[in-house]
Design a protein around this ligand. Structure first.
Ligand SMILES: Nc1ncnc2c1ncn2[C@@H]1O[C@H](COP(=O)(O)OP(=O)(O)OP(=O)(O)O)[C@@H](O)[C@H]1O
Ligand SMILES: [Mg+2]
Length: 408
């Protein structure tokens, strides 16, 4: 039993190390441009080599112990036979047992002994398999979200008008529970309003977006839609009525048409083209020889940052959500693409609640409310005129900084 437990631990370790080594290969190949740009091929090869060594070392260690254990079992097994034969011979010699009976006994004990002797090895093998599959079992035991994989998952049962409230929301990521990211955030956005969130990098803006989308749940406080807490709605109802244009847009391998249709799978081609037009994307799409059938993503044409954003905007337009989250890209676009994206966003924000996470303050002058976030706390809020009037305020300071860099 003790040996079995030991083998199980080793087996799990070997599996983990093997996983790590696979991650290195995966990351290196995915980021091959970075590896090459920094001339780090040797470093990566070394890293992989080292971790593979580790895997082999653990495997060899396991094999060694199993060898020792097997010899131990065999030694005792045959030791017992020798003992039986010796004692039997003594009995035969003293005429307390005849030779036939001794032979019979020896055969029986060989069969029984050999069978028993194979148990420890079987047990060790079993434990090895358990060790290797423990992680998989852990994942299988993980409780999933309450989303049934049915076709009409995109149907909305409880419509949301668009009022959004954060009520004293406290949040820490489950992977880092000791680090509180949001420390009691409260604000309201009435249906149709534009609320902007600004603040330094790492202050928790994208985290708020994840909370609205129910990717995580606050430890304290609540998020309300139309005055009712999020758990009164099904997750699919919320997500079907909230759209996000994320900070970094991911396009799936497939045509541009399919990528826009991701916003509403049953949309007609006319709807998709209409959405692309409103997102200022139609022009660049039709300039490609294959137009909407152009394959993008990993294996296809790489689109520029501004183009990807406009695809994401078209996707969100097609979804036609009540609440829209814009997580503005940090990388700045040239003025022309910026104008095109900005126009597309204006179109997208019409008639719905918009939460705009902004890096360029020039884009949020018109917002109904601006919330200034710092280290997970709201330190200022109000409209542009109010905030700019606050001599000591962070907003005024940030605006001035941006104005200076633009002017200079
Ligand atoms: N999945 C995660 N697990 C653990 N911590 C995270 C996770 N995502 C973000 N964080 C941490 O939460 C904090 C806030 O991150 P967040 O992405 O919300 O910042 P942000 O305000 O959007 O910044 P930026 O302006 O650079 O986009 C950071 O300290 C970050 O390290
Ligand atoms: Mg962010």
């Amino acid at each position: 039993m003790i040996f079995g437990r030991f083998i199980r631990k080793l087996s799990r370790q070997a599996q983990d190390k093997l996983g790590e080594s696979n991650t290195i290969v995966e990351e290196t190949l995915q980021g091959i441009a970075n590896v090459k740009a920094f001339v780090n091929e040797a470093y990566e090869a070394n890293r992989y080599n080292k971790i593979l060594r580790n895997v082999v070392d653990i495997a060899v260690k396991g094999a060694k112990f199993r060898g020792i254990f097997a010899s131990f079992i065999v030694f005792f097994l045959f030791g017992t036979f020798v003992g039986v034969i010796w004692y039997g011979s003594v009995l035969v010699h003293n005429h307390e047992l005849d030779f036939g009976e001794l032979t019979k006994f020896i055969f029986y004990s060989i069969f029984a002994g050999a069978a028993m002797g194979s148990f420890p090895d079987l047990y060790a093998n079993l434990q090895k398999a358990v060790g290797a599959s423990e992680r998989v079992l852990e994942i299988l035991a993980e409780k999933g979200e309450d989303i049934s994989m049915i076709e009409n998952n995109n149907q909305v049962d409880q419509p949301i008008k668009g009022d959004l409230t954060f009520d004293n929301v406290v949040f820490a990521y489950p992977s880092r529970p000791e680090l509180t990211i949001l420390k009691g955030i409260s604000f309201d956005a009435a249906a149709g309003q534009k609320v902007a969130i600004v603040g330094p990098s790492g202050s928790g803006k994208s985290t708020m977006a994840s909370l609205i989308l129910q990717f995580y749940h606050p430890q304290n406080g609540s998020i309300l839609f139309d005055g009712r807490t999020a758990d009164e709605y099904s997750i699919t109802d919320i997500r079907n009525q909230v759209a996000i244009v994320p900070q970094d847009v991911l396009l799936f391998g497939g045509s541009i048409l399919e990528n826009i249709a991701y916003g509403r799978l049953n949309a007609s081609k006319e709807d998709i083209i209409q959405a692309a037009k409103r997102a200022n994307a139609h022009q660049f799409i039709t300039s490609f020889p294959e137009g909407y059938e152009t394959i993008v993503g990993e294996r296809g044409v790489k689109l520029s940052g501004g183009q990807r954003q406009r695809i994401a905007i078209a996707r969100a337009l097609l979804k036609n959500p009540s609440i829209l989250i814009l997580d503005e890209a940090t990388s700045s676009l040239d003025s022309e693409s910026e104008r095109l994206v900005q126009e597309a966003l204006e179109e997208l924000m019409k008639d719905r609640t918009s939460i705009i996470i902004a890096h360029r303050l020039s884009t949020i002058r018109e917002a109904d409310k601006i919330i200034v976030l710092e280290k997970g706390e709201i330190i200022e809020s109000g409209n542009h005129a109010e905030l700019i009037g606050n001599e000591q305020g962070l907003y005024r300071y940030l605006s001035q900084l941006q104005f200076e860099t633009q002017a200079g």
